[in-house]
Design a binder for this molecule. Structure first.
Ligand SMILES: [Zn+2]
Ligand SMILES: [Zn+2]
Length: 533
């Protein structure tokens, strides 16, 4: 044996080897350890539960699996020819769990200070989106509770693009069929407006004349503007258009939207809807900073609010500031460019576009908005500086810089410091939820798509006479591992066990596929389709 052969049993290297082996076999590289107790025997066992990360640099196998699930979801909904059967009206366990989770989040949100509140609200929104996906109808109680005011001057504050033709929206979600049985669906890209000419790397030709303020505000309100676009589109075409969309940054770091939607709409109509869609932000004006660095409002226990550091006069409350609003603080619109394309289901082109839509989902937002050149870095710095003074919500601590007390401000609120994603250098205002799926897209939740995959694998195995004894996990009592539990096996052991199980499973699965190919004329089973599972 030569001296430069590294022994594998040394800690760190062995861990690296296990990680790369786990990656090769599609096994989670950083599972959580759960302790299970069998109540009938009292036997304690330790089980590695996949981390479920969607980010490749954190866990490659889990991220790939998550992406492949999204691809399945996108594919199944895009060219549906029958109306999807939406979730049962009876509340299921899944509904209840989500509603309970939402209640907890709302309770936490209502006592949270400006900074944590933004993350919580983001979380509440994604729970709401899941609930809608599960077929929950109607409006969920607003997390702002009594603090939320009914909009006033509603006639003045119309948002419904009056220039567009309007139809009653039918209950239909499936597009029409053309002569010859063709049912194309659409792929569309929407971009933000222009803020000034840019170079090929996305950085402005003249940074001093680039409109960073509008760029920052448009980014913060992009998700709401998109919602408005779908509403307008549905009214114009008269049917309940369904979509699977992803939000990604362009080179200039402004968000844009790629969407697959079901059915066909002419390019001209898409262009008109885009041109007519706008979002008015009825917030207090925030054009001029009132307080900066050394001169910041201070918390006053007497008034239980923020006051001016010199005069000790209380700052305007959120409610009063809203009452004084008589013009929108910002109006967001799309850029004039709209790309759209009709695509037939099951074609190579459809597959390519699904790949395109989900391409960046395994990267974190921070990884997607990387700067490579120094001009890009300067551009990101400037945009970030503008986002730092752009309020992201009524609870944002940035409002204090404009002399307004945000909703829910407490003694722990720090003027100008909001933890909301919008202000982070790594995300540059991109929304946290990057996949937007409408409620009646595939008629299935992600959990149901996942279950389909397991069922497909189980059926394939069963067809070859391999019946897996399902571990009766429901009867077990699951518990998070207590900190410092010395009986738990090291994580590497759990990963090794999972790799061994995977190797056995794959051998069985391949045997099953060979068996399935058996008699000529039998339906073909794709060998690779679910191997990412
Ligand atoms: Zn993982
Ligand atoms: Zn904020």
């Amino acid at each position: 044996m030569t001296a430069n052969v590294t022994p594998l049993h040394r800690g760190p290297l062995a861990t690296d080897v296990i990680r790369s082996t786990a990656e090769q076999h599609g096994v989670c590289v950083q599972p959580f350890t759960m302790e299970t107790t069998d109540p009938s025997t009292g036997a304690i066992n330790y089980i590695g539960v996949p981390c479920g990360s969607t980010v490749e640099s954190i866990c490659l196998p889990c991220a790939r699996k998550a992406r492949s699930l999204r691809m399945t979801q996108c594919r199944e909904g895009w060219h549906l020819t029958k109306e999807p059967v939406t979730a049962a009206s009876e509340p299921t366990g899944e509904h209840r769990t989500l509603v309970e989770r939402r209640a907890d989040l709302v309770a936490e949100y209502q006592i949270s200070s400006g900074s944590d509140a933004d993350d919580l609200r983001e979380e509440i929104r994604s729970v709401d989106a899941e609930l809608h996906q599960l077929g929950v109808r109607g409006r969920l109680p607003n997390p702002e509770g009594a603090g939320k005011r009914a909009p006033t001057r509603s006639t003045k504050r119309r948002q419904d693009a009056p220039n567009l033709p309007r139809r009653r929206v039918e209950k239909r979600t499936v597009g029409r069929e053309y002569a010859g049985g063709f049912r194309p669906s659409m792929f569309v890209t929407l971009t933000c407006d222009t803020y000034g000419p840019v170079r090929s790397d996305g950085s402005p030709v003249n940074p001093d004349r680039y409109d960073y303020r509008r760029a920052a505000r448009d980014a913060v309100h992009f998700a709401s503007l998109i919602d408005r676009w779908w509403q307008n589109l549905r009214r114009v075409v008269g049917w309940d258009v369904q979509y699977f969309a992803t939000v990604e940054p362009q080179r200039r770091a402004a968000p844009h939207l790629h969407a697959a939607f079901r059915g066909t709409v002419s390019h001209e109509v898409l262009r008109q809807v885009t041109a007519a869609t706008y979002l008015q932000v009825w917030w207090p004006a925030h054009d001029h900073l009132v307080y900066v660095d050394s001169h910041l409002p201070v918390w006053s226990p007497d008034t239980t609010g923020f006051v001016d550091p010199e005069t000790r006069k209380p700052l305007t409350t959120w409610a009063d500031a809203l009452d004084q609003v008589d013009a929108p603080a910002h109006v967001a619109t799309f850029g004039p460019q709209v790309h759209s394309k009709g695509i037939l289901g099951g074609t190579e082109e459809a597959g390519r576009h699904i790949g395109y839509l989900t391409k960046y989902l395994t990267k974190s937002t921070g990884e997607v908005v990387q700067a490579d050149t120094h001009t890009q870095r300067d551009h990101h710095d400037r945009l970030h500086a503008e986002l730092a003074v752009t309020p992201c919500s009524p609870r944002c601590a940035v409002w204090l810089l404009y002399g307004v007390q945000p909703l829910g401000a407490t003694s722990r609120t720090t003027p100008g410091h909001c933890k909301g994603r919008a202000h982070r250098r790594t995300t540059l205002g991109l929304p946290g939820r990057r996949v937007l799926v409408s409620r009646k897209w595939s008629g299935k939740t992600l959990t149901e798509h996942r279950a389909d995959r397991s069922a497909f694998v189980a059926d394939t195995l069963a067809a070859a006479g391999i019946v897996k004894q399902a571990r009766d996990t429901l009867a077990l009592v699951w518990r998070k591992l207590a900190p410092g539990d010395r009986n738990a096996p090291p994580r590497d052991h759990l990963i090794m066990r999972a790799i061994a199980e995977r190797v056995t499973w794959r051998a069985e699965y391949e045997r099953a596929l060979l068996a399935a190919q058996g008699p000529p004329g039998a339906p073909e089973v794709s060998a690779t389709r679910y191997l990412a599972a």
